[in-house]
Design a protein around this ligand. Structure first.
Ligand SMILES: C[S@@+](CC[C@H](N)C(=O)[O-])C[C@H]1O[C@@H](n2cnc3c(N)ncnc32)[C@H](O)[C@@H]1O
Length: 262
């Protein structure tokens, strides 16, 4: 009999296939209010974390970059802006430069639709960005084909975290860079206590109030608590083959950016 693979879904362990369906339900439910809830829950701080991560990635003209689990496009828009600025600087110096090719891949159509609606409503010009439905654990991309990969607040939701890291390694070119921005574990026990009280007591309540969905936000806080800590995640990246693996804690470790090279 083949072994059934389980995966954490919040505080429960469920079959990996079931987790995929459950997470799909969560993001289908929250898609319309996703951006608003992020702003309220983090007091806007998630924008600073995303700015820092994208500046660190430092996208260049002509690069192919995957924004995996890209959701409503927060990361891709920042990367497009930075790459456009880099292109303009290069052209000012008299060199030719191509647009960056930034690919949002997310397996939830509702999140993609919410992101595309946002771009349309704001009249954003985003020639660098493309959107497609796909699975972080099985990307429809050839081996060694992309320059950089980023996954922001997405990896804790996939069925098999190690499989998603391995898949990123597969599609990156030799010399390509991997970035993972994710909630993590605060360094100070005091911050941890305050943060836990806030997450478990207030976030599901806000989810009910703003998005009329307590359960999805209860899942989100439980999934953060169960996600591997900074050193464990670093080890998982090394296991996939990444070298020069480092991480930077943001807000005392509430969030961390891991990076590594293929
Ligand atoms: C918390 S949102 C993050 C969105 C965006 N990256 C951001 O930083 O705002 C998590 C996203 O992961 C996506 N996701 C979950 N599992 C996935 C998988 N296996 N493959 C691709 N996307 C996945 C969800 O659909 C959702 O859009």
């Amino acid at each position: 009999m083949s072994e059934v693979k389980t995966s954490p879904f919040g505080f429960r362990d469920v079959e990996q296939r079931e987790k995929v369906a459950l997470v799909h339900g969560v993001f289908r439910n929250v898609a319309a209010k996703y951006d608003l809830m992020n702003d309220v829950m983090s007091g806007g701080v998630h924008h600073l974390w995303k700015d820092a991560a994208c500046a660190r990635l430092n996208p260049q003209p002509g690069e192919i970059i995957v924004d995996c689990a890209g959701g409503t496009g927060d990361i891709a828009r920042r990367l497009a802006k930075l790459a456009r600025q880099a292109k303009a600087r290069r052209e000012m110096r008299g060199h030719e430069a191509a647009d960056a090719d930034i690919r949002i891949i997310d397996y939830n159509e509702a999140m993609i639709m919410a992101g595309r609606d946002k771009s349309e409503k704001k009249g954003l010009y985003e020639p660098e960005i493309s959107w497609s439905v796909g699975d972080a654990m099985n990307l429809a991309l050839p081996d060694d084909s992309i320059d950089a990969y980023i996954i922001s607040f997405g990896i804790r939701n996939v069925g098999d975290v190690q499989a998603a890291i391995d898949e990123a390694y597969r599609v990156l070119k030799p010399g390509g860079r991997f970035f993972c921005l994710e909630f993590s574990h605060p360094e100070s026990p005091l911050v941890e206590t305050v943060y836990e009280a806030y997450s478990f007591k207030l976030i599901p309540f806000m989810g009910k109030l703003i998005a009329n969905d307590r359960d999805s936000y209860q899942y989100l806080v439980e999934s953060i608590k169960r996600f591997p800590d900074q050193e464990t995640f670093r080890g998982m990246m090394q296991k996939a083959g990444f070298t020069r693996v480092t991480y930077t804690n943001y807000s005392g470790g509430v969030c961390a950016l891991h990076e590594g090279w293929k």
